[in-house]
Write a protein that binds this ligand. Structure first.
Ligand code: PAF
Length: 287
């Protein structure tokens, strides 16, 4: 990080469009490294961990807050998505080298939007892709546009959304955008529940019930040295069903291609999605 830039970058700022944001960044010179943390707001410690890492590794960090309508395949899910903009800004205001950008839909998707959809193949056919049609094309589109407008050096994503991370890497590969995509470990509460903006919609009892997710993932990890994958998954479903959640999927896939694996001879990830009441939660564990 350049010491000259650090000295100048003292004020926390919020921008509401990309033009002003870009002017602000340009002001500090071409050598500046820009870390981008794209979010949909409702920030929690998982997001803050991304911002902290981005702030260490870059001269300036841009946190975008944009609830992307294109990635919701269900309009009631979009409506229910938690929005806590004032708390979000307050949480970020303690950082010196962070600016927030809260763009409008027309900024993110302008009339002359040049994005052409990428081919996601298997990534969009299994797990999240299968159960949320249109979700990953919407994620790829918004992240592409944020990368093109903001031109970050690096961008930071939580690995709780492991499949999303794979989708974003694929989008960058296919569109030749020059940005380093960094994955950051899932942040969990003291009992192991993965932090998620959706947890804001859970009551205390549900937060407790939701622990069956991490318990099931750990159950699987522990059993895999004794049993075959398919047996372990069957046992894990029985274990999971003793809890109160409703399982949507539970599977073990290759961590890059997301193709199903039958033997653990490659880097694999066990992914789960389940409903806790009306709230859909996802998690994963690397094997
Ligand atoms: O992970 C999220 O919060 C969103 O999918 C993202 C990456 C900000 C795109 O809208």
């Amino acid at each position: 990080m350049s010491p000259i830039i650090t000295r100048k970058m003292d004020a926390f700022r919020t921008f509401y469009d990309f033009i002003q944001l870009k002017e602000h960044i340009k002001h500090f010179g071409a050598q500046l490294t820009v870390g981008l943390v794209p979010t949909m707001g409702a920030l929690h410690q998982g997001h803050i961990a991304l911002v902290e890492r981005a702030a260490i590794e870059n001269d300036i960090v841009v946190v975008t807050i944009f609830v992307n309508p294109k990635q919701f395949n269900n309009s009631s899910d979009l409506k229910k998505y938690p929005r806590t903009i004032e708390t979000d800004i307050a949480l970020l205001s303690r950082f010196n080298n962070v600016v927030v950008c809260i763009p409008e839909v027309n900024d993110v998707y302008p009339e002359n939007d040049s994005y052409s959809p990428i081919k996601l193949g298997v990534l969009d056919e299994v797990l999240e892709g299968r159960y949320r049609p249109g979700h990953f094309p919407g994620v790829a589109h918004v992240v592409h546009n944020l990368f093109s407008f903001i031109e970050p050096t690096s961008a930071y994503f939580g690995l709780k959304d492991y499949q999303q991370f794979a989708v974003i890497n694929e989008m960058v590969k296919q569109t030749n955008l020059e940005v380093k995509v960094e994955g950051c470990n899932t942040v969990r509460d003291k009992n192991g529940l993965a932090l998620s903006s959706r947890n804001f919609n859970l009551n205390e009892e549900q937060i407790n019930d939701a622990l069956i997710i991490i318990d099931t993932l750990r159950f699987i990890k522990n059993k895999l040295d004794q049993f075959e994958i398919d047996d372990v998954l069957e046992q894990a479903k029985v274990f999971f069903n003793k809890g109160k959640l409703t399982l949507e999927y539970l599977d073990i896939v290759d961590a890059q291609s997301f193709k199903r694996v039958t033997h653990l001879n490659q880097k694999s990830v066990c992914c789960i999605a389940a409903f806790c009441g009306e709230v859909r939660l996802i998690d994963n564990i690397l094997l």
